[in-house]
Design a protein. Structure first.
Ligand SMILES: [Zn+2]
Length: 144
């Protein structure tokens, strides 16, 4: 029985690990986050280390930000830093750059509107460019 339980646990761990690697990239070569079947957001890190978020419909047509509420939490070894966003043109732009360093987790919380349940996305912040797909490693769509 114990062995069976352990096998089941292993299977659950394995399948969630597989689900995590199915990364999709958006039109800006950022990481695509599925908010709902008809709406997605794209996480992109600008050159000055600020995060920008773009919204798309089901056909990946850009949509201006509406009632969405986005916050980011950078989980660095030194502690957690919360980052807010403000609309700028067709994007939501972080009001502060990411803390220095990389290889830490960034949690993006998206609420479709102020009254909806939030959805969390955990992204490992790796900023180097993947040689195979040409995306930043946080948005790498390769199988490695
Ligand atoms: Zn890649």
């Amino acid at each position: 029985m114990k062995t069976l339980l352990r096998t089941l646990l292993l299977l659950v761990t394995l399948s969630s690990a597989i689900a995590d690697t199915a990364v999709k990239a958006g039109p800006r070569k950022g990481r695509l986050l599925e908010i709902s079947p008809t709406q997605s957001a794209e996480f992109f890190v600008e050159k000055d280390r600020t995060i920008s978020i773009a919204f798309y419909d089901a056909a990946l047509k850009a949509q201006p930000p509406a009632a969405q509420v986005v916050t980011a939490t950078a989980e660095t070894p030194a502690g957690k830093t919360k980052i807010d966003f403000a609309p700028k043109g067709k994007l939501l732009l972080a009001t502060a750059p990411l803390p220095t360093g990389e290889d830490y987790q960034v949690v993006i919380q998206v609420k479709p509107d102020a009254n909806s349940k939030p959805k969390n996305f955990r992204i490992k912040l790796l900023l180097y460019t993947c040689k195979e797909c040409g995306n930043a490693e946080y948005a790498c769509i390769c199988d490695h």
